[in-house]
Design a protein around this ligand. Structure first.
Ligand code: MN
Ligand code: MN
Length: 309
């Protein structure tokens, strides 16, 4: 199969069946290198729902996606065979069954020798995705985590697995190496100062919006730590300021700009990006596709990082 996006010069970008970046559909049995897969589940949100509609909305907005990166000077779709893997089956009213399906589905993609980018859905999905990636890698992963929130919070309403607790579980289950993990875009307010205890105790590198913006951006980018080994990126769209990403469940003002996250993603030096996710886009709260377009561009930057090796 020819894993190239449908040409916008032959078929106008408003035409054609909507897939991620106008790519062909394929599955784990195909010979592609990277599968982009939707996971339309938002059963673990604490506030505004709607992220279940993100995969279809991001497919729609990605009609405007293109493959050539101006600063990297190469076309991602010339380097790797990328396809739309369709959606992972989920159970909207049962998280346990959804977790099982997600871990199995993405585990099969990895064991067929492919990489994946999962498009959520809410951030609780990062846990079964990390379980699959950790099993495939056979060692704790480096984590690059973009978020307004720490996502190390305790159980809510007696439920352990909500969209604000994936990172605590990932550390406790040994899925990631905390001292080789970093967070970008963190900001308050928090429920209490003790919310920071977990990341401090485990030595996770936390970069707040102040850290990114206090000096000039290039100085900050030069200080980003580099780690060897298999790496996973999880991108919660609410790391962006609501001006750049209004369509999300738990927006927090004072966030990163789209340009800042682009520059951070371009500055990352990752030896082996095995898998990634992009979560928390909630189309019912979006305006003029601002959030979906930010998601598409972030997916493009992640694809470029994934194609580097
Ligand atoms: Mn968040
Ligand atoms: Mn999150």
């Amino acid at each position: 199969m020819d894993y190239k996006p449908l040409s916008g010069r032959e078929f106008p970008r408003f035409s054609g069946i909507k897939t991620f970046f106008r790519l062909p559909l394929a599955d784990a049995k195909s010979d592609c290198d990277i599968l982009m897969v939707g996971v339309p589940y938002d059963g673990a949100v604490s506030y505004r729902p709607g992220a279940r509609f993100a995969p279809s909305q991001i497919r729609e907005a990605s009609s405007l996606g293109r493959g050539f990166h101006m600063t990297r000077n190469r076309n991602v779709f010339d380097l790797k065979k990328v396809a739309d893997g369709g959606d992972c089956s989920v159970v909207p009213i049962d998280q346990t069954q959804t977790y099982e399906k997600v871990e199995k589905h993405f585990g099969e993609i990895l064991s067929s020798g492919k990489k994946f980018i999962a498009i959520g859905g809410d951030h609780s999905l990062a846990l079964p995705l990390l379980r699959a990636a950790h099993r495939s890698a056979g060692e704790p992963l480096n984590l690059v985590h973009f978020d307004a929130h720490l996502d190390t919070y305790p159980a809510a309403w007696n439920c352990e697995y909500h969209h604000g607790s994936f990172l605590r579980h990932a550390v406790e289950e040994g899925l990631i190496a905390p001292d080789r993990s970093m967070q970008f875009g963190i900001r308050g307010p928090l429920a209490g100062g003790e919310d920071l205890d977990f990341v401090r105790k485990h030595g996770i590198h936390v970069f707040t919006v102040d850290d990114v913006r206090e000096k000039n951006l290039s100085e900050f980018l030069a200080k980003i730590p580099k780690f060897k080994g298999p790496t996973y990126i999880t991108f919660d769209i609410d790391c962006l300021d609501p001006a750049y990403a209004p369509g999300t469940g738990t927006p927090v003002v004072g966030g990163l700009t789209t340009y800042e996250t682009q520059r951070i993603l371009r500055a990352l030096e990752i030896e082996n990006l095995v898998a990634a996710d992009l979560v928390e886009v909630s189309p019912p709260f979006d305006s003029s596709q601002i959030t979906a377009l930010a998601a598409v561009d972030t997916l493009f930057e992640i694809l470029c990082l994934m194609s580097a090796n």
